[in-house]
Design a protein around this ligand. Structure first.
Ligand code: GCU
Length: 603
């Protein structure tokens, strides 16, 4: 299989970007020329770095803005639509892709093959393919790439130390595309250098990080900063020294401040050693409980990165209340393009509706940056499933403009990638998240998945484990009561959302069992009982997956994409049936209630 293909959405630019081009303006000129667009490119230092505008025949733009403008012009030409008028600029300054790549070449939660740049505990890559990556990212406006896993294992610590020259060489490949490098760092790293502590208030620790920051920015002048997973799932952090996360993050922030660098501090902090018997601890409360008392204590160059929902990238979660509660802290929202809980890039699950729903519940200005866990890998088509490319594409478009319509984004991707099948594909993909939700985790039920690998059904898999992920299904009822009478989680929301979520009469069906514990005979708004709705949804989801497979088979798709997509679709149909039968049987055995329509449930 060729391993240097463009993602299909860039197939109108067949020539690779030459290595000798070193600035976004040079790349812009090259791309416009090969797309046959006769426009003059004029870099305007007075414009903000990423803004652009088309005036007559001249593309004006800031340093990277000219390149974003060029790609927009190319898209407009391909899609036969007008170029936006006026000054165009991104909503967020930082639009980040976080790669969970390990230096041994594996990718944590990676479903598209091995790492694109690490192998055998060192850098190992084809520079041409990294330039292609830069081009892909720039073409949808993404501008920060974190290349190593948030779980930092040796020798990844060397990326800011012994391997710094190699790290700098890698960063240089992305620079012509306006993409800045970020690295995940290990909070305890000074301890590998003869310092007996990583206490953020210890001057030796502060001096060590300051010296490292100086060395990094000397070699990578546009380095973005550090991404940190601290005191989370056994990673080291300030708690060990009795220090707060503000003290920990600010220590790093002060080391990078002279270079205008950032510290992106992840808020994925919860008790991962919970006793399932203990109903007083409710994991979704954890982030708000930890960070609300620290609101206002973080330095301005700390960005607290919070997952979009309070759990962990489930197919449906309410917006994280932490993002709504913090008013004096810079925050970023983190999505997951890697389909850890959403089908492993085998099942179709276009995530644009997830991004869109998120921004319905929050004013986009409440946060300052946007990030997503990467779905990229060394597979010939970069994404495992050729259609998983739509998730990176749509993420970029929505990160640029959070008000972008999700179906429009999917349609743009489909028209650019597979023009002969675009409308049917748009239909399938726009429904795919809803379908996946129906056969897996309908009504806000989470965690009925096979533990660890997170593909396929297993309703008991996490029920008696330590991760705080329970549905507590019994003979009579299912779900967690998160109202004031229950765990109280709902009180972390602003009043309007408290009211909406706190009452089963107004809580959206999709989140009902996330917020409420309900009896199987609870009557839903549509008149069906809860148990009947569970059965119906799982039957409907599996049936829709089968229909999607039929539509897909008839589509005029190019090879090898077609064969790959059909192979994965077969696996999806099998997965959907398995989910339907396991979940329906699970609830039938517990409740003893038969399906009103007499369909097959295996006992
Ligand atoms: C999930 C995922 C882990 C990952 C973690 C994180 O728990 O399963 O692989 O390390 O999220 O976001 O840090």
């Amino acid at each position: 299989m060729p391993n240097d293909l463009h993602p299909a959405w860039l197939s109108c630019l067949p020539a690779p970007v030459p290595a000798e081009l070193t600035t976004p303006a040079e790349v812009a000129v090259f791309e416009l020329r090969q797309a046959g667009i006769d426009v003059e490119v004029r870099e305007q230092p007075a414009l903000s770095r990423e803004a652009w505008s088309l005036q007559g025949n001249i593309l004006h733009g800031g340093h990277a803005g000219v390149l974003y403008g060029a790609y927009e012009l190319i898209r407009a030409k391909e899609l036969n639509r007008p170029v936006p008028g006026g000054l165009c600029k991104p909503y967020y300054d930082a639009r980040m892709i976080d790669c969970w790549d390990n230096m041994d070449g594996t990718v944590e939660r990676g479903y598209a093959g091995r790492s694109l740049w690490f192998e055998g505990n060192r850098f190992s890559y084809d520079p041409a393919r990294i330039r292609q990556l830069g081009r892909m990212l720039a073409s949808v406006g993404l501008n920060v790439l974190c290349i190593n896993n948030v779980n930092v294992h040796q020798p990844a610590q060397e990326l800011i130390d012994g391997l710094l020259p190699e790290t700098a060489a890698f960063a240089a490949l992305l620079r012509p595309f306006g993409v800045r490098l970020m690295l995940s760092v290990d909070f305890s790293q000074p301890m590998q250098h003869g310092i007996p502590t990583a206490d953020p208030l210890d001057p030796r620790v502060q001096a060590w990080w300051a010296e490292r920051a100086k060395a990094i920015w000397e070699q990578i002048p546009d380095f973005y900063g550090f991404l940190v997973k601290a005191d989370s799932e056994h990673r080291p952090g300030p708690f060990t020294y009795g220090r707060s996360h503000a003290e920990g993050a600010n220590m790093l922030a002060r080391a990078v401040a002279p270079y205008k660098g950032f510290v992106v501090w992840r808020a994925f902090v919860y008790n991962c050693q919970q006793d399932w018997r203990d109903h007083s601890v409710d994991r979704p409360c954890a982030a708000c409980d930890t960070y609300l008392p620290l609101d206002g204590q973080f330095d301005l160059n700390v960005i607290l990165q919070v997952k979009n929902g309070p759990y962990d990238f489930q197919i449906r979660e309410p917006i994280s209340p932490t993002l709504l509660a913090l008013h004096k802290t810079c925050t970023a929202v983190e999505f997951q393009l890697a389909q850890e809980y959403t089908g492993h890039q085998i099942d179709l699950c276009a995530l644009a509706p997830v991004f869109h729903e998120f921004f319905e519940d929050i004013h986009p200005s409440g946060i300052v940056a946007i990030a997503a866990v990467s779905n990229l890998g060394r597979d010939w088509n970069w994404f495992g499933h050729p259609f998983a490319a739509a998730n990176l594409f749509c993420f970029g478009r929505i990160a640029w403009n959070p008000r972008e319509d999700p179906v429009t984004c999917i349609r743009e991707w489909a028209r650019l990638s597979y023009p002969d099948a675009a409308e049917a594909l748009t239909g399938i993909l726009s429904r795919s998240r809803a379908v996946y939700e129906l056969y897996t985790g309908t009504l806000g039920q989470c965690w009925m998945v096979n533990p660890h690998e997170h593909y396929g059904p297993n309703p008991g898999g996490y029920e008696f484990d330590r991760w705080g992920t329970y549905h507590r299904a019994s003979r009579d009822a299912v779900g967690i009561d998160r109202t004031a009478a229950g765990t109280g989680y709902v009180s972390q929301y602003p009043p309007e959302l408290q009211a909406r979520y706190g009452d089963p009469g107004t809580c959206p069906d999709e989140l009902l069992l996330f917020f409420h514990r309900l009896r199987y005979d609870f009557v839903m708004r549509d008149g069906r009982t809860l148990i009947q709705r569970i059965y119906d949804d799982h039957f409907a989801g599996a049936e829709e997956a089968e229909k999607m497979a039929e539509v897909l088979k008839a589509l005029p798709l190019p090879e090898p994409d077609r064969t790959e997509a059909l192979k994965r679709m077969d696996l999806q149909v099998a997965n959907a049936r398995e989910w339907r039968d396991v979940i329906n049987t699970f609830f039938h055995r517990l409740s003893g209630v038969d399906d009103a329509h007499g369909r097959t449930i295996y006992d």
